[in-house]
Ligand binder design. Structure first.
Ligand code: PLP
Length: 386
């Protein structure tokens, strides 16, 4: 990272872990390097077999970290593909319509809408309204293709009780697959505990220190999953296309380290985040969007509402003090859009800017202090305006 910049946007992406980079090196080396492994694992000769071994090992490591079987892991190009695959079920599309929460990431929400699906409201903290979900599933009995509820929200960081969602879906809509987008949760939560009853789970490497452009969809045995990408029959006929072996190996190495260090990392980052939130909310006009005493929030997330400023202006002011943060959602052009999440929880008052500050494994106390100082200076600047 450029030394002077403070990254408070780790939920957007986070730097490649050295362990992931080291694991990827042989797969990126030129072919005259004796350590190079560049074969296509779909082949059968000796060059291909080295890649097959690496792929098998990575699959076992990912399965072990996520608490599933190796053949339940489908490697993808990231969270977006995994979500699209889970919601459509592949091609031809599953019969019926998807149902998801109103605060899902666009990778779930857009495909749900494109298929004529239905969204269910959330509480003030952004957690699925279980009563409303139950009623919707009763109303749509026999017409639902999949239910999708994210493990943790990417903007607010609030964690859903996925066990309770699974129990409800089994009771009210038995046989309907349940998907959870665990892209934000995977760096912090033990998914083998969180989602034992879930049929489909999406994860993405770049949120946890792996490379960008790689992820996985876990499809439990017995869950119908046609390919979304038709091709050479890779991934047990569930995802066509030559494997990105380097990326997959880097993903597995990063995930393994995340799991090994999770307890200590979570304690350290939670303490930093709590300090950040306490210091920030002691500034006039700054409040925490969700009540931290009432709601489980991912360790790295701190979501604030800041009075008397637009989100765009606040981000520019913070950046002028070297702090990189996020307001709500960023579209592909980098422009700041309004947040469907903040709207869904009833906080879309134009007088308050949403501010998402997200810490990562390497965040420090200095980052917290610099962020609070930058926020205080930005607010002074706004309030001193004639
Ligand atoms: N789902 C959630 C909750 C996310 O936060 C993101 C990325 O921001 C995605 C899906 C998309 O993942 P990817 O960037 O790997 O396509």
């Amino acid at each position: 990272m450029a030394g002077h910049l403070i990254d408070m946007d780790h939920a957007a992406t986070t730097a490649l872990r050295p362990v992931a980079r080291a694991a990827m090196e042989p797969f990126l080396a030129p072919c005259d390097d004796p350590s190079a492994v560049y074969g296509n694992p779909s082949g059968s000769h000796v060059i291909a077999r080295a890649a097959v071994r690496a792929l098998d090992e990575a699959r076992e490591q990912v399965a072990d970290s996520l608490g599933c079987l190796p053949d339940e892991v489908v490697f993808t190009s990231g969270g977006t593909e995994a979500d699209n695959h889970a919601i459509t079920g592949g091609m031809p599309a599953r019969r019926g319509i998807p149902v998801c929460s109103a605060v899902e990431h666009p990778a779930v929400l857009s495909v749900t809408r494109a298929l004529g699906g239905s969204t269910v409201g959330v509480d003030q903290a952004g957690r699925i309204d279980l009563d409303a979900l139950g009623e919707r599933l009763v109303d749509l009995a026999g017409q639902v293709s999949v239910v999708s509820v994210m493990t943790a929200n990417n903007e607010l960081g609030t964690v859903n009780d996925i066990g309770a969602v699974a129990t409800l879906v089994r009771e009210v809509a038995p046989g309907v697959p349940l998907h959870t987008d665990a892209v934000q949760a995977a760096p912090w939560l033990d998914l083998s505990l969180c989602a034992p009853d879930v049929d489909l789970v999406s994860v993405s490497a770049h949120k946890l220190g792996g490379p960008r452009g790689v992820g996985a969809l876990v499809g439990r045995r017995g869950t119908v999953l046609a390919p979304l990408l038709h091709g050479g029959g890779q991934e047990h006929d569930r995802r066509g296309g030559s494997h990105d072996v380097a990326g997959i190996v880097g993903f597995a190495a990063a995930l393994r380290e995340v799991v090994a260090q999770r307890g200590a990392t979570n304690d350290r980052v939670t303490a930093l985040r709590d300090r950040l939130r306490d210091r920030a909310t002691s500034l006039e006009g700054v409040v925490s969007t969700v009540d931290p005493g009432e709601v489980e929030v991912l360790p790295g997330h701190c979501h604030l509402l800041v009075e008397g400023v637009s989100g765009e202006e606040l981000l520019l002011l913070l950046e002028s003090h070297d702090v990189c943060a996020s307001a709500a959602s960023s579209c592909a052009s980098g422009a700041i859009g309004s947040s469907h999440v903040v709207t869904a929880i009833g906080h879309d008052d134009p007088g308050h800017a949403p501010l998402r500050l997200t810490l990562g494994t390497d965040s420090t106390n200095r980052d917290v202090e610099a962020t609070v100082a930058a926020l205080a200076l930005s607010l002074d600047r706004i309030r001193d305006r004639p």
